[in-house]
Design a protein around this ligand. Structure first.
Ligand code: ADP
Length: 607
């Protein structure tokens, strides 16, 4: 139940709707009672009980009995005066009008529930998404992408249906039950008290099964996350899977996951579906016992209850069953949904490692240098950067080279504060970057990644990403500087052209030039450039290199170089191997030193 309240807290933005729903639910319950109350006159008319000789109520009766007798008297008079058929017509008409009002009220209460239900789901989705965009990169390498997607879609949907969907029941059912019970108590407290004995028994049964449901649901959701991860991986690597004839292995892998998901869900539904037959059986037993006991009273000599009252009693009692069942179903569902609530909470409560410092320093400009002081970094417990010290002065181009896996990208990530350093410090103009306002820090840096990261949107939106007020003339200039205008000009709609998923409607070189245009548009003083490794044809290569040179002009650049020929003019080349700096110097200096750099250059010349 605690879980339910956690979600319930989201309803506070919908207080008016909650109130509306409660008021209309109560109205609905009252009107339902009147609808069933109409049974009494109906039965009296059909059986023409007492119509021969209508008796007004005696004065010494209790409140309920007096009005009941009075009502019967009026009915009997109506039948004896105007005939049974006419009385029947009146009753039917009254019942139709009553049912119309009741259902209108019911609909208004549901409309309020709709706002709450969809609103809470929207708010929750928004919060999870916002939190995801705040989490540091480290979170995404630890958690599998498919699992996150599964949590954001499946689990959220489960919460919407199982938990938020039950808000309606949670509101309406208790109100209905209380109203009906109160009426039953007034009609016959002995019978009602007897019926209530069964309440704790069914409550116990329901809670036992519900508890085991939560456990099974959690396993099920985890398994579904794994399943979606496999699908995601397959879609991403479908070309390689086909090229290496990997279909069979992947089908096998998918089957294994699919099969264990199937087994778990089978178990889960078998338990969940137990709820309905069980409560139906229990309620039928209760009704039969009531029928027997009540029937013996009615048939007995010293009858305190007349037949039509007893039938109405049973009808009202049977009306408790749907809300009671809905309530027990809701408890089941909530327990099942609680597992999803947990999974969503795991994301929502994941700590934001790279958060803005509480006393963050504003840093709109870059003036002198970025410095790394004895920086160390570990991914979980794997030390990948060890004691690195490096200064990048304003206007310099510093190239990081070295064997793959040496730690170049990690170092660049630390400078942009995608991760926090484990030891040492990175400073910008002497201020530790951990204390610099994160938005300012990222505004100072432009990043061009190895793979062009583009989004399913227009060319223009991809260039102006992150800009609050995109400027058309600067977008055009950026496209020209990045040598991208020549191909954009050919596209249908030019800047409006939609480039497809990850830019798959563009060629490799075009994608690269577009992501360079994005950095040019941002116009940051500092540039972090991870040179693309995938080779392009000579013409594209030349265009891209030219674009990069244009981009680097008048900026401070940190370049992760894969092709050493492109960085020979760098102010400084830093050779990194196994997380440490091996040598530093200009191309000439390092060539004459005859160390690793020279060997790397010679190896590449060989290619
Ligand atoms: P380079 O850019 O020089 O090729 P990286 O900085 O990418 O090297 O990687 C340095 C080391 O860190 C490698 O051993 C790599 O396996 C490890 N590494 C990189 N990213 C992660 C990650 N997200 N989680 C764990 N280890 C990682």
């Amino acid at each position: 139940m605690k879980k339910f309240w956690e979600i319930f807290a989201y309803t506070r933005n919908y207080r008016i709707n909650l109130l509306g729903s409660a008021v209309f639910s109560i109205l609905n319950a009252v009107l339902s009672l009147f609808t069933f109350g109409a049974l009494i006159p109906l039965l009296r008319v059909i059986f023409q009980t007492g119509a021969e000789n209508p008796q007004p109520p005696a004065d010494d009766l209790g409140f309920f009995d007096y009005y009941y007798q009075w009502f019967c008297y009026q009915m009997d008079v109506m039948v004896s005066d105007g005939g049974a058929v006419r009385a029947l017509a009146y009753i039917c008409l009254a019942t139709v009008v009553l049912a119309l009002i009741k259902n209108l009220v019911f609909y208004v209460s549901l409309r309020n529930i709709a706002v709450i239900r969809t609103g809470v789901a929207r708010d929750l989705r928004k919060r999870v998404y916002e939190h995801i965009t705040k989490l540091s990169l480290g979170y995404f390498s630890n958690e599998r992408k498919g699992d996150i997607i599964s949590r954001m879609t499946n689990d959220l949907m489960e919460v919407e249906f199982s938990v938020i969907g039950t808000i309606e029941v949670m509101f309406k059912a208790p109100i209905m039950i209380v109203f009906y019970l109160a009426t039953l108590f007034i009609m016959s407290w002995e019978l009602t008290l007897f019926a209530l004995i069964f309440l704790p028994i069914s409550g116990f049964l329901i809670s036992r099964i519900a508890k085991s449901l939560k456990h099974a649901a959690k396993h099920g959701k985890d398994k579904l996350g794994e399943l979606i991860s496999v699908i995601e991986e397959t879609l991403g690597g479908i070309r390689v899977i086909k090229a290496f004839n990997g279909e069979k292995a992947f089908n096998q892998k998918f089957d294994d996951h699919n099969e264990s998901y199937f087994r778990l869900m089978n178990k889960l539904y078998k338990r969940e579906y137990l709820s309905s037959p069980m409560s139906e059986f229990v309620s039928l037993v209760v009704i039969c016992i009531l029928l027997y006991i009540g029937g013996s009273i009615v048939l007995g000599d010293q009858s305190t209850m007349d037949g039509s009252l007893f039938i109405t009693y049973l009808v009202i009692f049977s009306q408790i069953i749907p809300p009671a069942r809905a309530l027990s179903d809701a408890i089941f569902k909530i327990n099942k949904g609680a597992a999803s609530v947990d999974r969503i909470n795991e994301i929502l409560h994941a700590p934001i490692d790279v958060a803005n410092h509480p006393d963050a320093v504003r840093k709109p400009d870059f003036e002198q240098a970025i410095e790394l002081h004895n920086v160390g970094f570990a991914y979980e417990d794997k030390q990948v950067i060890k004691d690195v010290s490096l200064t990048i002065r304003k206007g310099e181009t510093v190239a990081l080279v070295g064997p793959s896996g040496g730690g170049k990208s990690t170092l660049a990530n630390l400078v942009a504060r995608f991760y926090n350093v484990s030891s040492g410090e990175v400073t910008i103009d002497g201020v530790p970057i951990a204390r610099v306002d994160l938005h300012d820090l990222r505004s100072l840096m432009g990043i061009v990644t190895q793979e062009s990261i583009l989004f399913n949107d227009s060319v223009g939106s991809n260039i102006t990403l992150g800009s609050d007020a995109p400027k058309a003339d600067e977008m055009m200039r950026a496209a020209q500087v990045a040598n991208a205008w020549e191909f954009i000009d050919q596209l249908d709609g030019k800047f409006e052209f939609n480039i497809g998923d990850s830019g798959n409607k563009l060629s490799g070189g075009q994608k690269q030039r577009l992501s360079i245009a994005r950095a040019v548009y941002k116009n940051p003083p500092i540039l972090i450039l991870d040179e693309a490794t995938s080779a392009l044809d000579t013409h594209s290569e030349k265009l891209v290199q030219q674009a990069i040179n244009n981009l680097m002009e008048n900026r401070t650049s940190l370049v992760i170089a894969h092709r050493l020929s492109t960085i020979q003019n760098a102010d400084r080349i830093v050779v990194i191997d196994q997380g440490q700096i091996l040598e530093t110097g200009t191309h000439q200096e390092l060539m004459s030193a005859g160390g690793m750099y020279k060997r790397l250059v010679e190896m590449q010349e060989f290619d």
